[in-house]
Design a protein around this ligand. Structure first.
Ligand code: IPM
Ligand code: MN
Length: 362
């Protein structure tokens, strides 16, 4: 077999970021060797610490490196005390990377691993859906652009036809590649909106339904966001793929994380037509940074999504299988705060051990 080589960029980030990325790289070293993959790595400074030191959360050259890399793996960023003059956090890269590189689909799988006890009374397998969060417009398009006087502030929610079309299409394509919802096996895409109140949301829904007509084999349904929040708790097995506006997707992905043991189990991809980066969906938890307590699973699963994106799905599957096996064996337990009971390194080693176990081909 010949070696496949990919240039990848790495942004280790702030707080627990460096130890999470180190853990993911340990796993990547093993799995890439097993699958004859070479990752040519470029490390980039980015986040709140980078902003504090240089005045830029990510330099223009670093953005360019992300753009031309085959994919980027990013740790969590942000430090609560590093702020912009307007009060928002300075070290966040969402505006720079998601809008800057037009990474319009924020793909967030929510999956309950075997061995993780959900607060809901469900077994592993019962929660397995993907949130596709629109990533370049919606309410967060107002990022850094709100209109303010000393007594009033307004942020605008933007929905464009082209924006909804492309993200809805992405959601249907993802549904095509899946086995359907855990509850009934139905392939469906659920549009989550607030079309009963906001005109922008009615437009989002209308364009979604137009796109749905091109995918007759996949059920298209629409749900208001308040009802959806309840349904994700009461009937998570109903969901297969969800498409939604940016702020709703932000909130609902943390809600979903809360049903599968916490956001520290949840990876996400920010994917455009030409480049992409992968990250945990949570923050940088500076309070536990450097203490070997952070749960690295979100970062490791983000690395698996990156492998899929590179076209190396067998390697991605191997990582997901190793994570599930280590979790099922009780080797990746977390406490009530979400911290890794046995430590970041021990969890990483347990996953590497599982990777090294030769499994029969399936
Ligand atoms: C996320 C985060 C970011 C977002 C913040 C930190 C800007 O919460 O990726 O979910 O809201 O997009
Ligand atoms: Mn969030």
């Amino acid at each position: 077999m010949t070696t496949r080589t990919y240039p990848v960029a790495l942004i280790t980030g702030d707080g627990i970021g460096p130890e999470l990325v180190e853990s993911a790289l340990t796993v990547l070293d093993v799995v890439t060797e097993q699958h004859d993959i070479t990752l040519e790595k470029t490390f980039l400074a980015g986040g709140a610490e980078a902003y504090r030191q240089s005045g830029a959360a990510l330099s223009a050259e670093a953005v360019e490196t992300v753009r031309i890399s085959a994919a980027t793996l990013k740790g969590p960023v942000g430090l609560p005390d590093v702020r912009m003059p307007d009060g928002t956090e300075a070290g966040l890269l969402g505006g720079i990377l998601r809008n800057g590189l037009d990474l319009y689909a924020n793909v967030r799988p929510i999956r309950l691993l075997p061995g993780v006890e959900s607060k809901l009374r469900v077994e592993a397998g019962a929660i397995d859906y993907v949130i596709v969060r629109e990533n370049t417009e919606g309410l967060y398009a107002a990022r850094g652009k709100g209109v303010a006087t000393s007594s009033a502030v307004a942020d605008t929610l933007l929905v464009t036809r082209a924006g909804v079309e492309r993200v809805a299409r992405r959601a249907f394509e993802i549904a095509r590649g899946r086995a359907g919802a855990p509850g009934d096996g139905g392939r469906r895409v659920t549009c989550i909106d607030k079309a009963n109140v906001l005109r922008s949301m009615y437009f989002f829904r209308s364009v979604f339904l137009e796109v749905a007509a091109d995918y007759p084999e996949i059920e298209a349904e629409c749900l208001y966001v308040d009802a959806a929040a309840q349904a994700l708790v009461l009937q998570p097995e109903h969901f297969d793929v969800i498409v939604t506006e940016s702020m709703f997707g932000d909130i609902l992905s943390d809600l979903g994380g809360g049903t599968v043991g916490g956001v520290a189990f949840c990876p996400g991809g920010n994917i455009g037509d030409h480049c992409a980066y992968f990250e945990p969906i949570h923050g940088s938890a500076p309070a536990i940074a450097g203490l070997d307590r952070a749960n690295p699973i979100s970062q490791i699963l983000a690395a698996a999504m990156m492998l899929d994106h590179l076209g190396e799905q067998a390697a991605g599957d191997a990582v997901r299988q190793a994570v599930a096996a280590a979790s099922a064996a009780g080797e990746t337990r977390v406490d009530h705060t979400g911290a890794a009971i046995d430590g970041t390194k021990a969890v990483t080693e347990a996953i590497v051990r599982q990777l090294r176990i030769v499994r029969p081909l399936q």
